[in-house]
Design a protein around this ligand. Structure first.
Ligand SMILES: Nc1ncnc2c1ncn2[C@@H]1O[C@H](COP(=O)(O)OP(=O)(O)OP(=O)(O)O)[C@@H](O)[C@H]1O
Length: 476
């Protein structure tokens, strides 16, 4: 069982890596060389992962051209992978096909139903998904469950709705439409619903696919005169999970098919979940009737993860690697600065750990800053000193002019110092530049303010609370 779980984890990680490489290398190179790769044995002691290719030629080609990329991508995805070996598939070992129809327990397929697709999870998620329709098999990722999904104020509503979708008792709404910006956990929740539903309904037939894949399969079925099979298989599911519905563009006939499928499933009390990066009304090129079906149930937003949630996600993730020591200031730094996307946040953490291990260093703030320059600069929202002054004045209920005034009353001096401190922490401005923005003060005044607030934060809980709350407001 443990072995199966490990294989499933590898398959899940490989799906993420493969997807990233597709973006980097382009569709053609990806289909030819990357897709056929199959993650094989992973040795915990040595940290060696074997990647299999179907032929000697392809193994040599991949080893020559993509070994470094593959190795780096794996090290980033899994801090415990230290070496990657590219080998020819001995032809026997199979990864589980994520066939979870037998009481929710992953099992290895009896025969080679993955057909060396090399991307077992991807294949189950996408390529071979329709091929396995109707057998109770599904394309859900075993590592993305409710248990591994961390909740906070930004996503708890969606989480609750997702829980209800998978509960024993039928939900009062259907479909559920999950809406979130990229990398905020939509796909994770879809998979989690699949797992939980299966736990409650062991014989259920669940199907996960992306809308893009749905379109492709639809066109293929049409071309191969297999529409009847296509339709009847689709309608045989108890739970349908359709990801990235924003890609359901073009092809009116495919949209119509989806519409009929939705109607047929809803009429039988089946459960439907869709996910997209925008609200139903904002989907382009989608038939109005399909739009109205998509939004007739519950539309649940996952808001961008706030600082608390980002922190919890990192802490939660680190529990997977108890032997790795990541200092609290690094977690705080990552949580604070990588604020756009949870995928980037987790990727950033993994990258720092991987680099530290490769170079036999301790994880430190300096190392994180050095290794993540790209991610960090992409994430940096330009906060202005004006914005900081405005926020601080509102917070302490003082007049905006006090930021530049010469008044020395404590009630205005402290807020002014806090604002200077925040200007230093949140903007790239130098001390003299900050001084000029505060009524032409000397840079030594700013240095003094920054040090003082830094020091007060360590011994005055109220001050620390004020600063945290201001940081939260400014960074949200
Ligand atoms: N709340 C969370 N707790 C734990 N992990 C999370 C959470 N939110 C996102 N993640 C992780 O972040 C990564 C990206 O999430 P996911 O793929 O679900 O995003 P998405 O919203 O579907 O993005 P996209 O629109 O780009 O497909 C995944 O590895 C997922 O497990």
């Amino acid at each position: 069982m443990e072995e199966d779980q490990e294989a499933l984890n590898l398959a899940a990680d490989w799906a993420d890596i493969s997807q990233g490489l597709r973006k980097d290398l382009g569709q053609q190179a990806h289909s030819q060389w990357i897709k056929p790769i199959q993650p094989g044995n992973f040795c915990n002691e040595t940290g060696t992962l074997d990647l299999y290719l179907p032929t000697e030629f392809s193994a040599n080609w991949v080893a020559d051209r993509f070994a470094d990329r593959l190795s780096l991508a794996w090290k980033i995805a899994r801090p415990d992978v230290r070496h990657v070996r590219i080998l020819v598939n001995p032809g026997r070992r199979q990864l589980p096909e994520l066939r979870l129809g037998n009481g929710g327990k992953p099992s290895r397929p009896a025969n080679d139903s993955v057909h060396g697709a090399g991307d077992p999870l991807g294949a189950a998620l996408e390529g071979n998904a329709f091929a396995s329709l109707g057998q109770g098999s599904i394309g859900i990722d075993a590592s993305q469950t409710f248990a591994t999904f961390v909740t906070g104020t930004s996503n708890v509503l969606a989480w609750n709705a997702a829980q209800r979708m998978s509960a024993v008792e039928a939900p009062q709404f259907s479909p559920l439409y999950l809406k979130a910006a990229t990398g905020q956990g939509k796909t994770h929740l879809l998979h989690a619903i699949g797992h939980a539903y299966l736990a409650h309904h062991p014989n259920a037939r669940i199907f996960y696919c992306s809308a893009e894949r749905f379109m492709v399969e639809f066109v293929q079925a049409l071309r191969q005169n297999q529409m009847i099979e296509f339709k009847s298989r689709l309608r045989g599911f108890d739970l349908l999970l359709v990801d990235d519905i924003q890609f359901i563009i073009g092809k009116a006939s495919a949209q119509e098919e989806l519409l009929y499928t939705i109607d047929a499933l809803l009429a039988e009390g089946k459960r439907l979940v869709f996910a997209a990066d925008r609200a139903p009304q904002a989907l382009d090129g989608v038939e109005p009737r399909l739009l109205s079906r998509l939004s007739m149930g519950l539309v649940a937003d996952i808001m961008p993860a706030d600082i608390e949630l980002r922190r919890s996600i990192l802490e939660n993730r680190l529990q997977r690697f108890p032997a790795i020591d990541v200092p609290a200031d690094v977690i705080e730094f990552l949580a604070r600065t990588i604020n756009r996307n949870v995928r980037e946040l987790v990727g950033g953490l993994n990258k720092v750990i991987a680099y530290a291990q490769l170079t036999s260093q301790q994880v430190s703030l300096q190392l994180a800053e050095e290794q993540l320059t790209d991610i960090l600069s992409a994430n940096r929202r330009r906060i202005t000193i004006d914005e900081i002054q405005r926020t601080v004045c509102q917070f302490y209920r003082i007049d905006r002019t006090e930021m530049s005034s010469k008044r020395r009353a404590r009630a205005v001096v402290r807020p002014r110092q806090v604002a200077m401190y925040l200007a230093k922490v949140l903007t790239p401005r130098s001390y003299p530049e900050i001084g000029r923005k505060f009524g032409g003060r000397d840079h030594s005044t700013v240095i003094h303010a920054v040090r003082l607030i830094e020091e007060l934060r360590t011994r005055d809980a109220d001050m620390d609370g004020d600063v945290r709350s201001l940081l939260r407001q400014l960074e949200s």
